[in-house]
Design a protein around this ligand. Structure first.
Ligand code: UD1
Length: 426
């Protein structure tokens, strides 16, 4: 079994370059199904979730070739099935985007439903609501663990008010509506940077989407989409993770290939904690200087432009290094604190509180010691790495497949900043 072995106590320094956005890539890759000619995708992160998505697409009939370190030729014109019931599809959450893409292109789809990180109930009712308003019939569990959608007479534009702000449902309905007849309006849409990235990709292919990045997205249906060359945006959460790691270790380092605007909610809190940050002259890097004392703070996760839930565990690891009592309230997922049991093994003082058990209280400044931890999900794994980098002595982290799902070459990147981290077989 492979584990990460980390000796803590070294301040991170030097520089790190952020890869392409995971959550944009896993939507853009299936969206290539809509194109009538091949696409070239640049700045694709080399992570397991992308590899699995490519595997699924290949099994569906697409031809995928790696043409550069992070560049892939994707020809989905040969996709010849609407039955995506094989095991790989159930391995990742984002396989739900295949439903939207096949529904638009072929008028039907049956997709094994999603795995991915477990943090509570992960319903798909808003995806289904959107598809139904566009004129699709949707069925669950036929066959088992699959969702089937049919629109044999084609999709028609409609007005969709999302009952909850959902990243996945907004993207999925946007993909499905691109070739629907007439106009679709998605109200109460999610506004994450990767929603704008997927919309930009679809628009470049010939779609007519306006308002992505706001609460109201308008999509005028078009007849056809062509293949394009597209570069995926940098990963906001990977950038935030390195910023938190540099800060927690009292380091000083440059985080390159970022869009600083996407990091506003993270930077505001980092600054509040006493960490200095400055944007580089080209506007695509942030220098993080955490030489001073770290102060406690209060954070509440919210849909974008609020503080991202996907930065919650990494920030808890950072808060543990600050002086005083910090609060972390999770409002997006109902069950995203399982990982704290692992962090507590290092001597961290963190407790679940609140009537809804949605609040973590972190008594910072305790001395942490190395221990054996098990990653419980992707971002929790990142929080364990940050904690191990700050603890005295050696830590090991198992279940690293969770971490490799979403972090491109994380061991190499941390090593280059001076961390004592290795992947070893046990
Ligand atoms: C995406 C991200 C995930 C991130 C999350 C929130 C991908 C592949 N994953 O997940 O990393 O944590 O956004 O930023 O992009 N909900 C419903 N009904 C639905 C859909 C969602 O009630 O049909 C609820 C969920 O239970 C949750 C909230 O809406 O409480 C947000 O979920 P959503 O934004 O859809 O998350 P994902 O797209 O699955």
């Amino acid at each position: 079994m492979e584990k990460l072995v980390i000796s803590g106590g070294k301040a991170l320094s030097g520089e790190v370059s952020v890869s392409g956005a995971k959550n944009a890539a896993v939507a853009i890759i299936p969206a290539t199904i809509l194109a009538d000619s091949p696409c070239t995708l640049e700045n694709v992160p080399c992570i397991k979730d992308v590899a699995v998505m490519f595997e699924i697409m290949t099994r569906m009939g697409a031809v995928i070739k790696q043409t550069g370190e992070n560049t892939f030729y994707v020809d989905a014109t040969g996709v010849n099935t609407t039955d995506v019931v094989f095991e790989e599809a159930g391995r990742m959450r984002a396989s739900y985007y295949i439903l939207g893409a096949l529904l638009a292109k072929k008028g039907k789809a049956c997709v094994r439903m999603p795995g991915g990180c477990f943090f509570g109930d992960r319903p798909m009712d808003q995806h289904i609501k959107g598809f139904s308003i566009l004129g699709a019939d949707c069925r669950f569990d036929d066959p088992k663990d699959c969702v089937s959608v049919f629109a044999e007479k084609g999709l028609k534009g409609g007005y969709i008010y999302m009952d909850v702000v959902s990243v996945g449902a907004t993207i999925n309905v946007m993909i499905a509506a691109v070739t629907a007849e007439g106009t679709t309006v998605i109200e109460n849409a999610a506004r994450e940077p990767h929603i704008v990235d997927v919309a930009n990709f679809l628009n470049m292919m010939g779609a007519n989407i306006k308002g992505a990045g706001t609460e109201v997205i308008k999509i005028k249906g078009v007849k056809e989409l062509k293949g394009v060359n597209y570069s995926i945006i940098p990963d906001q959460i990977e950038a935030g993770t390195y910023i938190a790691a540099i800060a927690a270790t009292h380091g000083k380092a440059l985080v390159k290939n970022v869009i600083p605007k996407h990091l506003d909610s993270i930077i505001v809190k980092i600054n509040e904690m006493g960490v200095k940050t400055s944007v580089g002259d080209n506007g695509d890097s942030i220098f993080v200087d955490a030489g001073g004392e770290l102060k406690c703070c209060k954070v509440k996760t919210m849909p974008h432009p609020g503080f991202p839930t996907d930065m919650q565990p990494q920030f808890v690891a950072l808060m543990a290094m600050a002086t005083g009592t910090s609060h972390m309230r999770e409002t997006v997922w109902e069950c995203r604190f399982q990982y704290i049991e692992q962090l507590i093994k290092t001597g961290m003082d963190v407790k679940i509180s609140g009537n809804k058990r949605d609040l973590l209280i972190i008594e910072g400044g305790k001395k942490l010691h190395g221990t054996d931890m098990q990653a419980t999900d992707l971002r929790a794994g990142a929080a364990m790495i940050i904690t191990a980098l700050c603890a005295d002595g050696v830590s090991t982290i198992s279940n690293i497949n969770y971490i490799e799902r979403g972090y491109d070459r994380i061991v190499d990147k941390l090593k280059a900043m001076g961390a004592d981290i290795d992947k070893k077989d046990f």
